[in-house]
Design a protein around this ligand. Structure first.
Ligand code: F6R
Length: 366
């Protein structure tokens, strides 16, 4: 079943172009998005929605955090993301015109399901599941649904489920923007073209594997690593750190880079690799100043930049250029590079990549 791959995780990382094109199949020839892709009642519900609340755990919550940046910027409506295990026990203030989005690969995560029950018990009726398993518990209990078509994910560490969740959330963003009269026909066409090109763009990131593998040697003997990102790439830094922790057992933390000098900078020395997600976006100049702070303390930088970033390799600054600059969808490309990094670090360390210690694929108990 593994074919030419050594592990399910590697196979699933490389299946991402196909998983994305399967998930996005319904827009393959479309010039306009139809809300019906989220369910029969979607058109009516999206018209009434005044804000979004995303509930999820782990990697799925990072997909939600990325979507927060998209939804507020493109659709112009407030979006909050909350960890399902916190929300389910918290006294929150329900808003009946809020769209509650639960994101779950398995659709069976106990805390996410309980968070959905909690939301419904509080009077929320506008509920949407983004899920990879059509017959799962979560999907049966929401008014709206979108099924990602990543195919079965066997590796415990989520990879293709995450990127397909992101693609679904971008479709949601566009539909909310349309409902909110924030999306011109031209902009819609342009975004749809970018989505359609995504599998090709991901393929080009996968071709970077040899260079990323070379970097992995520098991490395998380290005990700690720091991941930095800003804006919509901050959740990608979180996901990169989670992947490294899970499968290589290296302690990794992620920060929005502006937080460095508020504490974590104290940890930085030459033994601390610092991974930076640094595409040429509106936060780049700020991020460069943060990288300078790391370099000044002897920190070793591993920077995922792109052609427009103009970050130069030098002593202590390692730069890998991503093949394309991808605007709002750039998180999808950068996470693939970080997945490959953690995979190869784990290989060097010889850990059980597909079944990391202490973890289960589907967390059906609290
Ligand atoms: C990390 C990972 C977990 C899951 C989390 C939620 O690689 O896979 O953090 O994302 O357990 O699982 P789902 O999405 O099935 O609800």
């Amino acid at each position: 079943e593994l074919g030419d791959y050594s592990h399910y995780m590697q196979k699933e990382i490389f299946e991402q172009p196909q998983a994305l094109s399967n998930t996005l199949e319904m827009i393959s020839g479309a010039g306009q998005l139809q809300p019906g892709i989220f369910g029969a009642e979607a058109a009516e519900i999206f018209q009434q929605v005044d804000s979004v609340l995303i509930l999820a755990c782990g990697t799925s919550s990072y997909a939600g955090m990325t979507a927060k940046y998209w939804i507020e910027q493109v659709a112009g409506i407030p979006c909050n993301v909350e960890i399902a295990s916190e929300y389910r026990y918290r006294h929150s203030v329900p808003n009946p015109t809020q769209l509650v989005v639960v994101i779950s690969q398995s659709g069976e995560t106990a805390d996410t399901l309980a968070a959905l029950h909690h939301a419904k018990a509080q009077g929320h009726t506008f509920t949407l599941a983004i899920c990879n398993v059509p017959e799962s518990a979560i999907v049966r209990e929401t008014a709206l649904r979108f099924i990602t078509r990543a195919g079965p994910e066997i590796g415990v560490a989520s990879t293709k489920a995450f990127t397909t969740q992101l693609s679904a959330l971008f479709l949601l963003t566009l539909l909310l923007a349309k409902a909110n009269q924030r999306l011109s026909d031209d902009a819609e066409k342009a975004y749809l073209d970018e989505l359609r090109h995504l599998p090709i763009a991901v393929d080009k990131v996968l071709a970077l594997e040899p260079s990323i593998e070379a970097w992995s040697q520098h991490f395998a003997n380290k005990h700690h690593a720091l991941f930095l990102g800003r804006g919509r790439h901050y959740p990608i830094a979180l996901e990169g750190a989670l992947k490294l922790k899970e499968i290589s057992y290296i302690h990794a933390e992620a920060y929005p880079a502006g937080e460095l000098k508020h504490g974590p900078l104290a940890l930085v020395d030459s033994e601390m690799p610092v991974v930076v997600v640094a595409p040429n976006d509106e936060m780049l100049e700020k991020l460069k100043a943060n990288m300078q702070e790391v370099s000044a303390r002897g920190g070793q930088l591993y920077v995922f930049a792109d052609g427009g970033s103009a970050v130069k390799s030098s002593d202590g600054v390692n730069v890998l250029l991503m093949p394309e600059h991808y605007g709002l969808l750039s998180p999808v490309l950068h996470v693939v590079a970080l997945q490959l990094l953690s995979y190869h670090v784990a290989l060097v360390k010889g850990t059980d990549v597909d079944k990391p210690r202490n973890l289960a694929k589907s967390v059906t108990v609290e």
